[in-house]
Design a protein around this ligand. Structure first.
Ligand code: SAH
Ligand code: SF4
Length: 380
């Protein structure tokens, strides 16, 4: 009989599983709290569970951690872990401490099938989806490891915010993502509030709609271009879900979370998407047509983190600031992301893990989007 990995189960699923073992709901709640709130993986140490249940758990279940391949700590306090997920694949998780919060950046896939031009993960190709247990294990490990390491009193949470901005496109792994989000939000789990869990997507429109009805956490949309012509080249998924559909999905999303806003991420690429004309087009894009109100949003400009195979350059600082100013003057809250952990390649888009591309890199690389050079992009 194969063992059930309890990290794969949200509370409802654990209640159902315990039910099959003849256990009541409150037992499942106790077990869930031991695992996620106390970080316990040894059933024998779950002292307030009946001995008979502990024995049963030991033969039927496991709390399966990920295998750590390496840990790197940056001068600014950022920590990056590389986890082995088997089959030659590794994924990365990044902890970013700030004065008033601790953010964990979690991976959802080994590699990514979207293949954005400016992204190191995208250049690696896609290997496989992570399971719910592998997504949750990143938080489970980081929270409990850091609690000990930072000497936090019992029950004092280190991680206050979670961003699904590591490797992979979370909305292309929706079936595993949703229970993982539920574990993060659950008061018996990590108790992270809905607005402090962010799903970042390159724009999988039907799944934005699903997330809105299932679990409307904070949504970040990786925009990167104001026109379909340019976005088709930078984010290939745009060919399937063009900007008009994406913006409509963003507006709809906020109907489930009326006081929220969409964070538009925009990676600043020198001479490609960073000029005054593009800023003007962006303002028009998020402003409603024919009298409709503007999409409630804020912009996060990300200085591009270069990697050799991209052939792209980071926009100069003054161009980023001018772009930000133009958006701000149009009344759009705009921030420029500080790059954290770039001395350990933990900054956005530098997460490259080790991935066996099972989509067949030969085929992927012949897709036209990969072959377009920066110069024609800039002139479009
Ligand atoms: N697949 C999701 C989430 C992971 S990528 C998405 O695309 O939104 C997280 C963020 O990092 C995205 O906004 C992405 O566009 C950005 N990013 C990717 N490569 C980057 C790079 N080289 N420099 C800066 N940001 C990058
Ligand atoms: Fe995938 Fe996001 Fe990277 Fe695009 S930016 S390739 S969607 S991880």
């Amino acid at each position: 009989m194969s063992l059930v990995n309890l990290l794969d189960l949200d509370l409802d699923a654990l209640v159902a599983w315990c039910g099959e073992q003849g256990e009541k709901r409150f037992r499942a709640v106790q077990l869930f709290r031991w695992i996620h709130q106390k970080g316990e993986s040894d059933f024998a140490r779950m002292t307030d569970l009946a001995k008979s249940l502990r024995d049963k758990l030991a033969t039927a279940a496991v709390v399966q951690p990920l295998k750590i391949l390496s840990e790197q700590a940056s001068a600014d306090g950022t920590i990056k872990w590389l986890f082995d997920v088997g089959g030659g694949d590794a994924v990365e998780t990044v902890f970013i401490p700030e004065d008033d919060r601790g953010t964990l950046c979690i991976s959802s896939q080994a590699g990514c099938a979207v293949g954005c031009r400016f992204c190191a993960t995208g250049h690696q190709g896609f290997s496989r989806n992570l399971s719910t247990g592998e997504i949750v294990a990143q938080l489970w490990f980081a929270e409990h490891h850091l609690r000990q390491r930072l000497n936090r009193p019992a029950g004092d949470r280190v991680i206050s915010n979670v961003v699904m901005m590591g490797m992979g496109e979370p909305l292309q792994n929706y079936a595993a993502l949703l229970p993982a989000l539920r574990v993060m939000l659950d008061d018996h789990g990590y108790g992270v509030s809905r607005r402090r869990v962010t799903v970042s997507t390159s724009g999988v429109v039907p799944m934005i709609e699903r997330l809105r009805s299932d679990c409307p956490v904070a949504l970040a949309v990786s925009l990167h271009a104001p026109t379909d012509a340019l976005r088709d080249q930078l984010v290939p998924l745009n060919r399937k879900y063009p900007l008009a559909e994406l913006l409509a999905a963003c507006r709809d999303y906020l109907t489930a979370a009326p006081r929220d806003f969409i964070t538009f991420e925009y990676c600043m690429l020198d001479g490609v998407n960073d000029g005054p004309e593009q800023a003007r087009q962006l303002i028009a894009l998020v402003s409603g047509q024919a009298g409709a109100p503007r999409v409630p949003c804020k912009f996060n400009l990300i200085p591009f983190n270069p990697f050799p195979a991209s052939g792209l350059k980071r926009s100069p600082r003054d161009r980023v600031m001018a772009f930000a100013k133009q958006l701000q003057e149009a009344g759009i809250v705009t921030t420029v992301r500080k790059t954290r952990g770039d001395d350990i390649d933990a900054a956005c888009g530098q997460l490259a893990g080790e991935v066996q591309d099972r989509t067949n890199a030969q085929i992927r690389l012949t897709r036209p989007v990969i072959r377009i050079e920066p110069a024609p992009l800039g002139s479009s």
